[in-house]
Every structure is written in structure tokens, then in C-alpha cells.
Design a protein around this ligand. Structure first.
Ligand SMILES: Nc1ncnc2c1ncn2[C@@H]1O[C@H](COP(=O)(O)OP(=O)(O)OP(=O)(O)O)[C@@H](O)[C@H]1O
Length: 343
């Protein structure tokens, strides 16, 4: 029999009731006596399974329901309907045995005490989670070394840079050895070098300890480096479940083939090439064509036959472009699973 999934959602729903009023004084006064409520459907009938040790990227436009889902899975929010199971537990019950085995790290929130060194919060967590001293010291040494924060953990948190603080947040979240890790925008607002350091740490931590990982990030490099599977949600619903490659093919189905020729191309040649795919503007002696993957070999052969042809390139759409498109095309991704099928 296959292993039970680490995480399982069945038609999970979350609705928020929010009060709504028109701007201005009169509506404000009226709202004191009679509030008008609207329901926001943040998560709608979300169903998927995640196997133990899987690394899953959770993507979608702003307000898609990613954070709400992670909060439900970490036991911070009660679902309005459906069922969530994490490591066999119902997260909303917040059983201590459950809380000891999961961790939620949010790039926009901190659990470290502002005026104390991070080491003090680590020690507090050791007591709260009842981690044996030897194991605690072992884990702490390992992470401090991997993140290179031997000195950083001794300084008051308020004096740390955003990246240094996030490194400490990660240590605080991992000292109890969680088997499931929810990471919500762990690199948000950081410079490229710090993003890379944090990403590398997460990758190495996963390699060594094999925790199940769900990550949300607006940085495609994070997701590409860390996640083997992507779930896209939009308006609270699952829109895609598959690999990054499959997602790129779904959003940008064409590949770009470009070449430089020995001389400027005349109009007749350009028109002839235009019949092979969509011509992208590339300059007088350069041709770039966007073509369906199946046509790439034929197009490459035709381009290589141009006089003085050189510098052939075949590219997928850059990941950042795919990400931008994904976040701007609200509601346009086909419903249903990715090319690799529903799981
Ligand atoms: N506590 C709350 N009360 C009312 N509405 C909420 C609450 N939390 C979230 N929402 C609403 O639920 C929807 C989903 O929000 P959520 O934060 O889960 O999205 P997200 O995908 O994480 O977005 P982002 O990428 O911007 O962080 C949004 O419309 C949001 O305004």
C-alpha cells in the first residue's frame, strides 16, 4: 500500500466575513448602528495530496488564498468547510503532538523577540517544544554553521538586517525538528545574495532532513531551485498541479529560436521565415522566431541554412516572465490539473 500523504486536503473552504461600508462620514456613522457584511471566499474547495518529503511551490496572484491555506494547514485558522489533514492530524485542533511536528515561517511576520538576541528565543523554544539539550545543541550548531550566523544570533534582533533576521527566524522554526515546513515568502524584500543564501540553506536542510516543504514566493528562482512540484491557485481554487516545465509550457507554449546571419536579411527571406512561426523583432541581421516545440528541429534546420548563420539559441520563456504572466492573468489558467495529471 502507498504511504499515507503528509498533507491531504479535501474540498477545503475558507470564508471570511468582513464589514463593508462606503467611504465618507455618513456611511461611517450609519455603520455604527447597522453593519453590512460581505463574505470573502478566500479558499474554495481546494483538494490535493502532498507526499512525505515532497517540495511543493504554491503560486498565485496576490489575494489568491495561499497564506490562508498555509494558515489552515498550520492550525492557525479554522476551515469553513472541507477537511485538512497534516501528518494524520486535524491542524485546527492544535494538538501539542501536531505542533511539535510542523513549522510555519512567514516572511512578513516575526516570532523572535525584538529586544532580545535570537539565542534567547531559541532557548525559549527549546523549553516550549521540550527538545533534549544535546539534540538542541546539535541542531543549533548545524544551522548556525550552514547560515554563517555565529555572531548574529547574539545580537538584539532589532539590530539585524532583514536577511539576518530571516535566517534567525528559520533557525527558531526548525530547532524542534519539524517534519512539515510551511514557508510563506521567506525571501521577500531581500537582495539577491541574501535570497540565494536562504534558498541554499532551505535546499540543504531538506537534503539532510527530508522534511515536507510547501513554499510560497514571488521569486521564481526560489521556486525553481526548491520545488519539484507546483500548485497554482487563483481566487481560492486549484488551477494547476505539475512541474515547472509543464507550467512554462502551459503559460508560454512557444519556444524562441534565434540566430544571427552573415548579412542583413531581405524582406522576402523574412516573410518566408515568418511562415514558420511568430517573428519577433530582433534586428537587421538577427532572426528570432517563436515556435511550437514540435517544430523546433525544422525551424533550426531552416535557420542554420541562412548564409553565414551563427549564434543559434533555443530558449524557453524566462522564468521571471512566466511568473509575471501568471500573476497578471488572473482567472485565465485553465482549470484542472497540469500535464502530469491530477494527484
Ligand atoms: N483575516 C482576514 N479577514 C478578511 N479577509 C481576509 C483575511 N485574510 C485574508 N483575507 C482575504 O482572503 C483572500 C486571500 O488572501 P490570502 O492572504 O490568503 O492571499 P495570498 O494568496 O496569500 O496573497 P498574497 O500573495 O498577496 O500574500 C484575500 O481576498 C484577502 O483579502
Amino acid at each position: 500500500m502507498a504511504d499515507k500523504p503528509a498533507i491531504s486536503l479535501a474540498r477545503l473552504d475558507k470564508r471570511f466575513r468582513v464589514s463593508e461600508r462606503e467611504p465618507g462620514l455618513w456611511p461611517a456613522l450609519r455603520a455604527l448602528f447597522r453593519r453590512e457584511w460581505v463574505e470573502v471566499e478566500a479558499v474554495r474547495e481546494l483538494s490535493f495530496d502532498i507526499a512525505r518529503g515532497e517540495r511543493v511551490g504554491f503560486l498565485g496572484p496576490n489575494g489568491a488564498g495561499k497564506t490562508t491555506t498555509l494558515k489552515m494547514l498550520a492550525g492557525l485558522l479554522h476551515p469553513s468547510g472541507g477537511r485538512a489533514e497534516v501528518l494524520g492530524f486535524e491542524p485546527a485542533r492544535r494538538r501539542p503532538e501536531f505542533l511539535r511536528r510542523v513549522a510555519l515561517v512567514m516572511g512578513q511576520k516575526r516570532q523572535l523577540s525584538w529586544d532580545l538576541p535570537a539565542l534567547d528565543t531559541f532557548e525559549l523554544n527549546r523549553v516550549v517544544f521540550d527538545v533534549p539539550r544535546g539534540l538542541y545543541a546539535e541542531r543549533l550548531d548545524e544551522m548556525v554553521e550552514l547560515l554563517d550566523i555565529g555572531e548574529v544570533v547574539r545580537r538584539p534582533v532589532r539590530t539585524l538586517s532583514l536577511g539576518e533576521r530571516m535566517k534567525c527566524e528559520l533557525v527558531a522554526a526548525l530547532l524542534h525538528g519539524p517534519e512539515v515546513l510551511f514557508l510563506d515568502e521567506p525571501t521577500i524584500g531581500m537582495d539577491v545574495a541574501m535570497q540565494l543564501a536562504i534558498r541554499e540553506f532551505i535546499r540543504e536542510y531538506h537534503r539532510r532532513h527530508g522534511a515536507t516543504l510547501i513554499l510560497t514566493s514571488h521569486y521564481m528562482e526560489d521556486v525553481a531551485a526548491l520545488c519539484e512540484r507546483i500548485l497554482v491557485i487563483d481566487e481560492g481554487r486549484l488551477r494547476f498541479d505539475g512541474s515547472i516545465d509543464a507550467l512554462v509550457r502551459r503559460i508560454r507554449p512557444l519556444r524562441r529560436v534565434a540566430i544571427r546571419s552573415g548579412a542583413a536579411l531581405d524582406d522576402a527571406t523574412r516573410t518566408g521565415l515568418g511562415a514558420l512561426g511568430q517573428l519577433a523583432d530582433a534586428g537587421p541581421s538577427r532572426v528570432a522566431l517563436d515556435v511550437a516545440p514540435a517544430r523546433v528541429p525544422e525551424v533550426v534546420a531552416r535557420l542554420l541554412a541562412l548564409p553565414g548563420a551563427r549564434d543559434l539559441e533555443v530558449q524557453d520563456a524566462p522564468l521571471e516572465e512566466v511568473m509575471r504572466e501568471l500573476f497578471s492573468r488572473r482567472g485565465e489558467l485553465d482549470a484542472g490539473p497540469g500535464e502530469e495529471g491530477a494527484r
